[in-house]
Design a binder for this molecule. Structure first.
Ligand SMILES: Cc1ncc(COP(=O)(O)O)c(C=O)c1O
Length: 382
């Protein structure tokens, strides 16, 4: 019988491992959410989020997963029948399409090959076909491990349709890779607590530009819980419209403090180094990568299993034999790939450990690999 494992290693792109500092911060008494104690906490969180987003815009916090934040963007900016472009490079692009369609928008679903980033030339051609109300995109597409060039895509929008809204789902990208909300002139940017913020799932943050507030004023999509105007009334007081998830807010405050202490550039360098380490180890081991180096995500990497090995079997054995949790393929890629998350509270040793486990696993399965070469490649990079 296999030895019972006592340690669980979470290597998925969210929820990500939580530092003890954040866990301890959440172990806090409940306080009145309409009083000065909570107000001070919330004001610090909103200010730190503005730091993370690199913006002077409003940033509001919803008790919700990331998808709720995507829905906030759609219901607050549009009216049924509005024309929008969705740059669809994976499952979360597909989710934007579904949300827009659910609210009766006229969606141009611009699909790109899985594993590729959105092509600015294709966007330009689509924008030349006629006016749209908005372009929606992912910063980091978690299902494929691809980082979009949001800066260039945003510039294409501004050069061709200056008043179109730019809506970015940065749920898995924010603080894993640069995203300059104000400098790139982004209108609505969504993030989630369970990714690079190193906090449990349950908070979506949404940044709103002056252009977005104008769109909100005339938007006719039905809304109440998600209505930004209700949040706007409360935010200056450090309050939220509904009861806030206080434990998570305490955790998020601590996660943001940790990121600020580490420093923005160091945080990005850590994620880029994690990406490079995963890619070096995968190549050493002879595994095929889904995304090209040119747009590889610093948050998550999608890998094909060796010839003849089932991706889901790899995930099962990694969990059962080594206590390592990997992520599955999503949508079209279900069963074809597996993904390693390397964002948030993750360091080089976590990655090398996961690859050591993969090496042993493939050897047990009789796969012909250059045993040890993946880990060796990673160690050499270090
Ligand atoms: C890029 C991206 N967008 C949206 C979401 C949806 O977030 P949630 O599952 O928290 O609703 C995720 C979750 O993984 C994501 O990675």
């Amino acid at each position: 019988m296999a030895r019972k494992l006592i340690k669980y290693n979470l290597m998925i792109p969210g929820p990500t491992p939580i530092p003890t500092r954040v866990l301890s911060a959440m172990n806090h008494d409940m306080i009145g959410h309409r009083g000065p104690l909570f107000s001070a906490v919330m004001k610090e969180v909103m200010e730190s989020l503005r730091w993370a987003y690199e913006t002077k815009n409003d940033v509001f916090v919803y008790p919700s997963s990331g998808t709720g934040g995507m829905e906030v963007a759609v219901v607050n900016m549009f009216s049924p029948g509005d024309k929008v472009i969705v740059l669809n490079i994976g499952a979360f692009g597909g989710r934007f399409v579904k949300i827009c369609k659910a609210y009766g928008l006229d969606v141009n679903d611009v699909k790109f090959e899985r594993g590729k980033a959105a092509d600015p030339e294709v966007l330009k051609a689509e924008l030349k076909k006629g006016p749209v109300k908005a372009v929606l995109m992912q910063h980091n597409e978690t299902s494929t491990g691809v980082l979009n060039d949001v800066k260039t895509l945003a510039k294409v929008v501004r050069d061709n349709q200056p008043e179109a809204l730019i809506i970015v789902d940065a749920v898995s990208g924010l603080m894993a890779a640069p995203l300059k909300t104000d400098e790139w002139d982004l209108d609505v940017v969504v993030s989630g607590s369970q990714k690079a913020f190193m906090t449990p799932p349950g908070i979506a943050a949404v940044a709103i530009s002056a252009r977005a507030w104008k769109a909100n004023a005339v938007s006719k999509c039905p809304k109440h819980y998600w209505d930004l105007a209700l949040m706007k009334e409360e935010a200056p007081k450090g309050h939220t419209y509904t009861t806030p998830p206080e434990s998570l807010i305490f955790g998020l405050r601590e996660g943001l403090r940790m990121l600020k202490e580490e420093g923005r550039e160091n945080v990005f360098a850590r994620h880029a180094a994690n990406r490079d380490l995963v890619r070096a180890a995968a190549r050493g081991l002879g595994l095929k990568l889904l995304a090209d180096d040119s747009h590889a995500s610093p948050a998550v990497t999608a890998l094909f299993p060796p010839e003849g090995i089932d991706a889901e079997e790899v995930r099962k054995l990694m969990r059962d034999d080594f206590g390592v949790e990997l992520a599955p393929g999503q949508a079209d890629l279900k069963g074809k790939i597996f993904r390693i998350g390397h964002l948030g509270y993750v360091e080089a040793l976590d990655i090398i450990g996961a690859f050591a486990a993969l090496e042993v696993l493939f050897k047990r399965l009789g796969v012909k690999t250059n045993f040890g070469a993946g880990v060796k490649a990673a160690m050499e990079l270090l």
